[in-house]
Design a binder for this molecule. Structure first.
Ligand SMILES: [Mg+2]
Length: 231
């Protein structure tokens, strides 16, 4: 048994779940249009690893809407996500994820979320893909729907869980930057928009192609993180 709690902070998009094939950026644009009540042209290009909060701020700013519109845009985004899930919009689980969640909890580690999504969107996406949301400790989970930068989430996580051994598993260089800002180790998995080679340029303690291929290496890397019980 570890002397301290080990909590794994999982990213969702590109990590637990495959990214949507297309149209994911369009959802944010539609949410802002619904919030401000008019059509906006042209949509901004799609961005991976940005928080929902950041993407909404950027769209609002592009079309000269101030931060006072953000809350409404967040509500629209949640509502659209729930609506599309109900209409059958589903993500695929990334390879090896169910086995990885079983293996980590089997070791007594806590699985939790650290994502740029809101809690509502996290629930909708995971449930839609067929992942049991009770596999995650929602009290130890952190969401980025209000954050302008991903590191706000990692810093909040670090502050909220003092003394716990934390590790972030994610799929983008932005996850690494945010992890570094909070002093949390990062394991990269190349099931999102970035390749193994791209992710090797980050400060990740380990890069794996998928959790199906890299689970043993990931478990070993987590075992070796500082803060475990003294031998
Ligand atoms: Mg991601």
């Amino acid at each position: 048994m570890d002397a301290v709690t080990t909590t794994i902070l999982w990213d969702i998009d590109g990590t637990l779940l495959r990214n949507a094939a297309s149209g994911a950026g369009e959802l944010y644009h539609r949410a802002v249009e619904a919030a401000v009540g008019r059509e906006l042209h042209p949509p901004l290009p799609r961005a991976h690893g940005k928080t929902d909060g950041q993407i909404l701020f950027e769209i609002l700013e592009e079309f000269d809407y101030g931060p006072e519109w953000h809350e409404r845009a967040r509500a629209s985004l949640d509502a659209l996500s729930v609506e599309r899930a109900a209409a059958g919009d589903r993500r695929e689980i990334a390879p090896g994820v169910p086995e990885a969640l079983a293996a980590t909890s089997g070791r007594g580690w806590v699985n939790a979320l650290l994502t740029g999504n809101s809690a509502t969107r996290s629930r909708v996406k995971l449930t839609g893909a067929g992942i049991d949301i009770d596999l995650f400790d929602w009290e130890r989970s952190f969401f980025g729907d209000r954050s302008r930068e991903r590191r706000e989430i990692t810093i909040a996580a670090r502050a909220a869980l003092p003394g716990e051994r934390l590790v972030i598993i994610g799929d983008t260089p932005r996850d690494d930057v945010a992890a570094v800002a909070a002093g949390i180790p990062f394991i990269a998995v190349a099931t999102g928009a970035y390749s193994v080679d791209d992710l090797r340029e980050t400060g990740a303690v380990l890069v794996v192609p998928t959790l199906a291929e890299g689970l043993d290496a990931a478990l070993e890397a987590i075992d070796l993180l500082p803060g475990a019980a003294a031998a």
